[in-house]
Design a protein around this ligand. Structure first.
Ligand code: IMP
Ligand code: MG
Length: 180
């Protein structure tokens, strides 16, 4: 499998440091609030698990599932909600959307607006990885782990065709693996 990667982009050690830094920042900012981490399935699960363990404040969790990518590496350009948040009253929730990676920005800008329209008290966004050079809509996340170049990456929750999600590091997938 190592053969499928051209480079390890973020090591386990760097991930650990990054998640701790983000957890400290979030714990400070959400002191006294009603923090709900909203993980976007499936890519965010590994990051979300690490992040929630390191928070020093009470937290609730929820999940949504959306699709923007099909099976390949090209975005379909619009967002479908496949599993919605199951909460009646969002008016007392301070929602922090947790994503694995931001690419075009479509998923998070759509979801942030969707949750505000549903009446959430506050909505902010948090992502492990960000590819700012790929934006198609204007979108700036509130918490970013690491900005990365325009490469297709896998591991730490991120997949290509449902593979590689369980890797403890983030690696650049060789083009020859998906350009066949
Ligand atoms: P956006 O709506 O274009 O910002 O897409 C974000 C979603 O695209 C992420 O949640 C991922 O599921 C997927 N994605 C974007 N870039 C990558 C990548 O490099 N590897 C794996 N998935 C990616
Ligand atoms: Mg995703």
């Amino acid at each position: 499998m190592q053969n499928d990667f051209s480079q390890i982009l973020v090591t386990e050690e760097e991930i650990d440091k990054t998640v701790r830094r983000m957890a400290d920042e979030i714990s400070r900012d959400y002191e006294g609030k009603n923090l709900v981490l909203l993980g976007i399935l499936k890519g965010s699960v590994v990051f979300m698990g690490d992040l929630m363990k390191r928070l020093s404040i009470p937290v609730q969790i929820d999940f949504m599932k959306v699709s923007s990518y099909g099976t390949g590496t090209v975005s379909s350009g619009h967002v479908d909600i496949i599993l919605d948040i199951r909460r009646k009253n969002l008016a007392d929730c301070d929602i922090l959307i947790v994503e694995d990676i931001i690419d075009s920005g479509r998923t998070l800008s759509y979801l942030a607006k969707y949750l505000r329209d549903k009446g959430a008290r506050s909505v902010k966004t948090c992502t492990m990885l960000d590819k700012p050079s790929r934006r198609e809509v204007e979108f700036v996340p509130d918490y970013v782990g690491k900005q990365i170049p325009d490469e297709f990456v896998v591991g730490y929750g991120l997949d290509y065709d449902e593979k590689y999600r369980a890797l403890p590091y983030v690696a650049i997938l060789k083009r020859e693996v998906y350009e066949k």
